[in-house]
Write a protein that binds this ligand. Sequence first.
Ligand code: NAD
Length: 267
Amino acid sequence: MHIDLTGEVAVVTGVLGRLGPVWARALLDAGARVVGLDLAETASRRLEEALAGGDRERFTLVGADITDRGALDGALRRCVSVAGAPTILVNNAGIDQPPSADGQSRLFGDLPDAPSAEVLEVNALGTLRVCQVFGSHMASRGRGSIVNIGSLYGGLAPDPRLYAHLPMDPPFLKPPAYGMSKAGVAALSRYLAALWGPHGVRVNTLSPGGVLGEQDEIFRERFSARTPLGRMALRGDLTGPLLFLASGMSAYVTGTELLVDGGYGCW
Ligand code: NAD
């Protein structure tokens, strides 16, 4: 079924990462104008890559750090002037950095604070700030759909058996702050769904499972074996769920979390 988003203005944060271009491409293909946000330094360097496939007319890249309220206010002004008032927001920017690259310490009690604080700052508070700026604008105009990108790990702990062959244990390889931040994103979606439902803005969470990428072969095999559908997600598996949540196809859906995880959480 074709979803037509002609006339919509979609904002995608973290547009230059692995999944950002997937969301942007799907929205462009459905006819929307897309304003992509990413860190200023990566924005200029990877501009051409982001635009690969054409659509220079309907795609605009804006450099903005989602932890910087002033930069987001400027990005909203730019969005309105070049593309129009935002009607779709995909909060995709996020980080998942191991707090220690040396792999020396293996104890949960040794996790340093700073990397956890950074993950929470970007993933949870950054998403909150983008909603404050772009979502408030949508609510003031009485229309919009916000899709916050969560994660399987917002609801489930990383299975240590999947990481047992790697040099670091899960507390360092998959720090708890990541799951904490993504659980927070889902909570934020519910909060804003309640706040903005009467103002015509729907807010949902799309939570991917493991997406096939640069993982090593052993991890891929273990992850696939643990997944009822028998494989990791392909990027194309994510576009239908995004377009469903972004469009009027989900007109009566708000405050929910759509897991796109091949059934990983079933057992
Ligand atoms: P990625 O690291 O490839 O891309 C993230 C993008 O966000 C980068 O372009 C980065 O520059 C940008 N970014 C980071 N901090 C920013 C900030 N402060 N301001 C603006 N932009 C910032 O990540 P990804 O794999 O594309 O993941 C995208 C989203 O999907 C993330 O929220 C991630 O948690 C979630 N997710 C990914 C997977 C996966 O397997 N790839 C699985 C589940 C959930």
